[in-house]
Design a protein around this ligand. Structure first.
Ligand SMILES: [Zn+2]
Length: 668
């Protein structure tokens, strides 16, 4: 078999005549040289029919001498309506087959008929069945009628795995060209084609990505392309085990009560037994990590003596948090800390009742079980930055464990980049017919007034003035963290539980362990199920009027809890492996202009390869667009800073992206 250049052509789905381009790329095997002339693809568009002569077997090198690559420059004339190939000299004479691929958006019936009439053999469709059901004709039937091979490889970008590009590879191997490859716009099919080129060792990741972009992959699909190649998040998501989670919820409820002031001596009942069990279980699940001593995961107690407060601490009490640390393996990232919190303590109807049964299954054994599962799954991975999992105590008595721990972090200058508080994440049942099984609320504060001394009227006034004048009231670091969780949720279509952002710090009449972290200036959010059942929260166990009260393990749903834990795991992998967000990000307001110039200080990690500018309408809740601006520290976007909100994020070579850095304004 003689190898020549293989040619791929793409008709941009939204192009006008003058914008028509044909991209030629030399790759692979050139088949069926007899069919050397041209394939015609009719592409009708906006009531105008553009006849595109597509194709091409190329013009060919002067002979079919072995491995001679044909000349690279396309030999076409582009006229108003027709792309006409120029006559070719020395056409192929041998009989090797030809692999021509045409990348396109959804073809019409007429276009498919034209494709068949002109010698097309195969159609590969990457649209989902739901999309195909909306189409006015049955593409599979039509292809059958036209004698075309029809391969349907449904692709949803966020659920893309290795399977779809593999299936595409098989379809390409089995069918001679010309092959029409399409999805809705041409983007998805180009994405899986690029992944196929990597899988089949035809191109490096970088080559395949730029090739896929040339074939029609949209820039918005780049994160999906990269995510399909990321093994760590996929593996951690898949490793989370519902059975272990629910076993650990049951185990935690078996201590009777975990009230902060309950028994600490018994090995069977009370907060002491519970925290020793958590310590032991953390230690057990991180075993087998196989890491060198300097980055070995470890478990500690974080103990604080609290004096009576006349409210919920009635005697001197030891508040003991149990901490599992998974050090990062990248020297320039290991000091960055990503926290996950859940509270170990529980309560009965009376907040100061330290002896009655208080199983606290959902509130918050569910969160502690998630911590243990995260310790098990993440300790086996090599992540760039450090993960700290804290089972706090004293939450129900006034957030003591979290407050004291956070204060120590400030005192020691710890570099905490994000805090995920998981409190009440196990029961998706709603009120009446409502179903909350596919979402978890992410609460985040909007006003990041953490760096302002609230007791200093001048500072407070200046901070509020700035927020008010720039419209930055929904762009605190905590809110960027919430948006980041949303980004990861969308990127990973395989996640069974999706984030539902709630733009307030917490629920009415309620608070949580993220609050003291927020107050000390750390980005912190709360994960919480969507519908709460108050018969089960902070209630003595009893049956009244046939209603079961109390926070029992039977109300915790293993699959839902696993879903929320998987979301945490994916977010942590992305946060820990991504570079830091750029710092000193600012919009330049030196002059009145109708575009937007941003400047920032580069992120310090050695694996940063570039930055993206994000933007959204001022009325949008989340970032809607982004642009790759390369490895620079300044970029200008042709949109007015008066009409849009902007931010900047860094990315590394694998495609891990930092949270968004929201800019201040500056003259330079
Ligand atoms: Zn709670």
């Amino acid at each position: 078999m003689t190898r020549y250049g293989q040619r791929f052509y793409r008709i941009p789905p939204r192009s006008t005549n003058s914008e028509l381009t044909i991209t030629l790329v030399e790759r692979g095997i050139l088949h069926d040289p007899n069919d050397r002339r041209f394939r015609i693809h009719l592409h009708s568009y906006m009531k105008k029919t553009i006849f595109i002569l597509l194709a091409v077997s190329a013009f060919i090198s002067t002979s079919h001498a072995q491995d001679t690559k044909p000349e690279a420059e396309p030999r076409f004339q582009i006229t108003d309506a027709v792309i006409t190939p120029i006559e070719i000299e020395n056409p192929f004479t041998d009989k090797q087959s030809d692999g021509r691929l045409i990348f396109a958006g959804q073809p019409t019936e007429d276009e498919l008929r034209a494709f068949a009439a002109l010698g097309g053999t195969t159609v590969i469709n990457a649209r989902t069945q739901i999309e195909m059901d909306r189409l006015k004709f049955d593409e599979a039937e039509l292809c059958k009628e036209l004698g075309l091979v029809y391969a349907h490889i449904p692709v949803s970008s966020s659920k893309l795995t290795a399977a779809e590009p593999f299936a595409l590879g098989l379809a390409l191997d089995e069918n001679p060209g010309p092959i029409l490859m399409h999805c809705g716009s041409g983007s998805r099919v180009s994405t899986i084609y690029g992944l196929h080129l990597i899988q089949s060792n035809q191109m490096t990741v970088d080559q395949a990505m730029s090739h896929a972009l040339k074939m029609g992959m949209s820039t918005g699909s780049v994160p999906y392309f990269q995510k399909a190649l990321m093994e760590t998040p996929q593996r951690t998501i898949a490793s989370v085990d519902p059975a272990r989670l629910i076993d650990n919820v049951h185990m935690l409820t078996s201590f009777g009560t975990r009230h902060t002031l309950s028994d600490t001596e018994s090995d069977l009942r009370g907060i002491g037994a519970a925290r020793r069990w958590v310590h032991g279980t953390f230690t057990e699940v991180i075993a087998g990590h196989g890491k060198p001593d300097e980055i070995a995961p470890f478990v500690t107690y974080d103990a604080h003596t609290v004096e009576p407060d006349g409210r919920r601490i009635l005697e001197q009490t030891e508040i003991v948090n149990v901490v599992c640390t998974i050090p990062g393996s990248k020297p320039d990232a290991t000091n960055r800390l990503y926290y996950v919190l859940a509270h170990l303590d529980s309560r009965a109807t009376n907040a100061n009742d330290s002896t009655s049964d208080a199983p606290g299954a959902n509130d918050d054994a569910s969160g502690v079980a998630a911590l243990i599962e995260l310790a098990r799954v993440l300790s086996q991975e090599s992540l760039d930055a450090t993960i700290v999992l804290v089972a706090t105590s004293g939450e129900e008595q006034g957030l003591y464990g979290a407050k004291l721990h956070a204060a120590n972090l400030v005192a020691t200058g710890a570099d905490v980049r994000a805090v995920l508080n998981n409190d009440t994440i196990g029961d998706p049942t709603g009120v009446g017919d409502l179903d909350g099984s596919e979402v978890v609320r992410i609460f985040s504060e909007g006003l990041g007034l953490d760096l302002v001394n609230l007791d200093d009227p001048a500072q407070l006034k200046a901070a509020l003035y700035k927020l008010r004048s720039t419209g930055s009231e929904s762009d605190s670091p905590s809110r960027q963290l919430a948006r980041y969780i949303n980004f990861v949720g969308k990127l990973h279509g395989e996640l069974p539980v999706k984030p539902k952002l709630v733009f307030r710090p917490d629920r009415y009449l309620r608070g949580g362990d993220h609050t003291p972290f927020n107050q000390l200036g750390f980005p912190a959010v709360r994960f919480c199920e969507v519908y709460e059942n108050y018969d089960h929260q902070h209630q003595d166990i009893r049956v009244e009027n046939e209603t079961q009260y109390g926070d029992l393990a039977t109300f915790v749903d293993a699959q839902y809890l696993a879903g929320v834990t998987k979301l945490n795991a994916a977010v942590l992998v992305h946060l820990a492996n991504a570079p830091s967000a750029p710092t000193d990000t600012r919009i330049i307001t030196a002059d009145l202009t109708n575009d937007t110039t941003l400047r920032w200080t580069a992120s310090p990690e050695s694996d940063v390869v570039g930055y993206e500018v994000l933007w959204r309408e001022t009325t949008d809740a989340d970032w809607t667009k982004f642009k790759d601006v390369g490895n620079v520290t300044e970029a200008t976007i042709e949109l007015s800073k008066d009409n849009w909100l902007f931010a900047v994020r860094a990315y590394d070579k694998v495609g891990y992206r930092s949270p968004a850095a929201y800019p201040s304004s500056a003259k330079e």
